[in-house]
Design a protein around this ligand. Structure first.
Ligand code: NAD
Ligand code: IPM
Ligand code: MN
Length: 354
């Protein structure tokens, strides 16, 4: 059996700012590896818009096999490029990983790390410390549907919201298990079963059954419209949140605004014990790509989650403190009030690793 400190990590920088932030993330991994005596094998996969435009490949079978059979984790920047209007290639890669590896929990911490980043008047950073469990393999993302009479005035367009008992139950249980393991007091499940009684009725029934197995955790239900208001009005009342794929996508960009923006939001796509995918919440940000403006701190936080998943205890907490300090001391990009470029923030983060 391989040494527990020997790990293979596939690196998919992808498109736009993905390349810039992942370059800094790789430096962090390399420096930590050197300091701790780990043996991390970082293998770059040439996937994204450049590759697609060059030879039409999106996520070749040999790369899928390599990730599934030879890697411990994947670090991804972002996929999406204005030169490729059809996002089919992006879905092949992102959903190829999320669905292909059955990564049913998209864990997105919404933690504000400094008072200066808190946009709500009268609230402090400590008022915002939630973790969103976004279902990551079902819902409207599965691509079931179609168009009839496309492009005509009579067009019919259908996207199905697919929810299975197994899929709903496993992510709800994961949220409760996380709450128990991390001493969190409350799990809030969010849906729209008032408007969508079939699909979201399943979520409500399942939640009401599963919560009985976790008597030590307060279980609360909130419709997603009310949740959005509550996130802004009283973030301190929210702790662990579990919701479907689409709502989880949307509420975590709202959550990012409570953290200082998308440049501060990390995420993990996991199936416990399996090769999992780690990516910042943000996209390829074409408006700032290639200008050394992108905030790499979301990627640093994401690497913390990756290291926790690989069993490197204590590293995530240390990286969170380095990120907090970067913001506190102004060693950060403009989006979070600093004046440094992407690379200079990377330099500073690397210089702080002990
Ligand atoms: P986006 O997250 O790329 O950008 C939204 C806004 O946030 C922009 O103003 C951008 O400049 C800013 N921003 C994003 N990341 C930042 C960072 N690290 N530092 C500072 N500012 C940052 O969302 P979008 O513009 O809606 O999407 C752009 C492309 O990315 C689209 O093709 C979309 O499909 C794709 N996308 C991919 C992923 C992914 O790969 N996981 C996630 C979201 C969006
Ligand atoms: C995200 C993104 C993706 C999603 C897009 C690019 C399909 O917004 O990772 O948050 O909706 O999951
Ligand atoms: Mn998103």
């Amino acid at each position: 059996m391989a040494d527990a400190r020997t790990k293979t990590i596939a690196i998919i920088a992808g498109d736009g700012v993905g390349k810039e932030v992942v370059a800094q993330g790789v430096r962090v991994l390399e420096r930590l590896s050197e300091l701790r005596g780990w043996s991390l094998k970082l293998v770059s996969l040439d996937l994204g818009a450049d590759r697609f435009l060059r030879d039409g490949a999106t996520f070749p079978a040999e790369d899928q096999r390599f990730v599934r059979e030879s890697c411990d984790a994947v670090l991804l920047g972002a996929i999406g490029d204005p030169r490729v209007p059809s996002l089919d290639y992006a879905r092949d890669i992102l959903f190829g990983l999320r669905f292909g590896l059955d990564l049913y929990c998209n864990v997105r911490p919404v933690q504000c790390l400094d008072d200066r980043l808190m946009p709500i008047v009268g609230k402090r950073a400590s008022d915002c410390d939630m973790v969103v469990f976004r279902e990551n393999t079902e819902g409207v993302y599965v691509g079931v549907g179609g168009n009839f009479k496309k492009g005509t005035p009579d067009e019919v367009a259908i996207t199905e919201d697919l929810n299975t008992r197994k899929g709903v139950e496993r992510v709800i249980r994961a949220a409760f298990e996380f709450a128990v393991a991390h001493g969190r007091k409350r799990v809030t499940m969010s849906d729209k079963h008032n408007a969508m009684p079939h699909a979201h009725g399943l979520w409500k029934r399942c939640f009401d059954e599963v919560k009985g197995d976790y008597p030590g955790v307060e279980a609360k239900h909130m419709f997603v419209d009310a949740l959005c208001m509550q996130m802004v009005r009283a973030p301190e009342t929210l702790d662990v949140i579990v919701t479907n794929n689409l709502f989880g996508d949307i509420v975590t960009d709202l959550g990012a605004a409570l953290q200082g923006g998308l440049g501060m939001a990390g995420s993990a796509n996991v199936n416990p014990g399996r090769v999992s995918l780690f990516e910042p919440v943000h996209g390829s940000a074409p408006d700032i790509a290639g200008k050394d403006l992108a905030n790499p701190l979301a990627t640093v936080l994401t690497i913390g989650m990756l290291l926790s998943h690989l069993g490197f205890e204590g590293e995530e907490a240390k990286l969170i403190e380095v990120v907090r300090e970067a913001v506190r001391t102004g060693h950060c990009t403009r989006d979070v009030g600093g004046e440094l470029g992407t690379r200079a923030v990377g330099d500073w983060v690397v210089s702080q690793l002990r």
